[in-house]
Design a protein around this ligand. Structure first.
Ligand code: CP
Length: 308
């Protein structure tokens, strides 16, 4: 776990201190501006990517980050089917084995708490690349980087988090990081069935971060600098009827943009289904493709920090 500015495993956003966050963001910025200067930093190091759930951005940006730093990668997609998990091997045993082959393990798992279990038995750093509806701390790092890069500051921002907040590991991790900054205000926009969970609201209260919740996106839109849209996560619902009850509840389209500030941005961790209309993509306020690209720089900075 992290102690001050030391970083061993990356399991949850609460580990990061503000100075460490700023250091990582600055390093990612330097890497974005002059990537060639960092091309040999991790020569001879090996990263294993163990993905028990699907991924495009996290898996490939971690691999690209390692390769651009001169390191090598190995791993498995769909680990529940293509690794010895299919024969009944426990997560703990898999991690014990892989930590003997690799210098770091990037783990995406379907169960909340899996990264913590993995870190407890691993002899090399474990990076949580999403644990069910738990956390996705490296997504939150790239989200923070994108906010600073697009808006020029993090202190003082007003953000609306929209959609499936109960199951949204990205919004949970981002909220923890934002609570380390000054004068943040958060609006949770969700139907009651997928409202933000109590642990996050309690954390904000403890850290004196003002927040409110509403089901009406139009209440939030004119007030915020960031609209952080999320997908309703069909895979987290136990029955089709519950999913259908909230599916499509918030959709950002050209008309939604007219109710936002001209300086505000629209973020989304992606993938999207139908919650942002394609017509929004050409608006300069659509930040989600820039945001995904920023994953490369922040993951390079993180890997260098852990392995360099
Ligand atoms: N944002 C994100 O985690 O995307 P992937 O599921 O494609 O990795």
């Amino acid at each position: 776990m992290a102690i001050g500015s030391r970083l061993r495993h990356v399991v949850e956003s609460q580990q990061f201190s503000r100075p460490l966050l700023e250091e990582l963001l600055d390093r990612a910025d330097a890497m974005k501006k002059q990537p060639h200067l960092f091309s040999g930093r991790l020569v001879g190091r090996v990263m294993a990517a163990l993905f028990y759930e699907p991924s495009t951005r996290t898996r490939l940006s971690f691999e690209a980050a390692m390769l651009r730093l001169g390191g090598q990668t190995m791993g498995t997609d769909n680990a529940r089917e293509f690794s010895s998990v299919a024969k009944g091997e426990t997560l703990e045993d898999t991690i014990r084995i892989v930590s003997g082959y690799a210098d770091a393990i990037v783990l995406r798992h379907n169960e909340e708490g899996a990264a913590k279990r993995a870190a407890a038995v691993s002899s090399v750093p474990v990076i949580n690349a999403g644990d069910g509806p738990g956390q996705h701390p490296t997504q939150a790092l790239l989200d923070l980087y994108t906010i600073r890069d697009d808006l020029g500051h993090i202190d003082g921002i007003r953000i609306a988090m929209v959609g499936d907040l109960a199951n949204g590991r990205t919004v949970r991790s981002l909220t923890y990081l934002l609570s380390k900054f000054r004068d943040i205000r958060i609006c949770f926009v969700a139907p009651p069935q997928v409202a933000m969970r109590k642990d996050i609201k309690d954390h904000l209260d403890e850290h004196k971060v003002p927040w409110f919740e509403t089901q009406d996106l139009d209440v939030a839109l004119p007030q915020v600098d960031v609209v952080y849209q999320t997908r309703i996560q069909k895979e987290r619902f136990t029955d089709e009827a519950s999913y259908r009850a909230v599916k499509g509840v918030y959709r950002i389209d050209a008309s939604t943009l007219t109710r936002m500030s001209k300086e505000a941005i629209v973020m989304h961790p992606l993938p999207r289904v139908d919650e942002i209309a394609p017509e929004v993509d050409s608006d300069p306020r659509a930040a989600y493709f820039r945001q995904a690209r920023n994953g490369l720089w922040i993951r390079m900075a993180l890997l260098e920090r852990l392995l360099g």
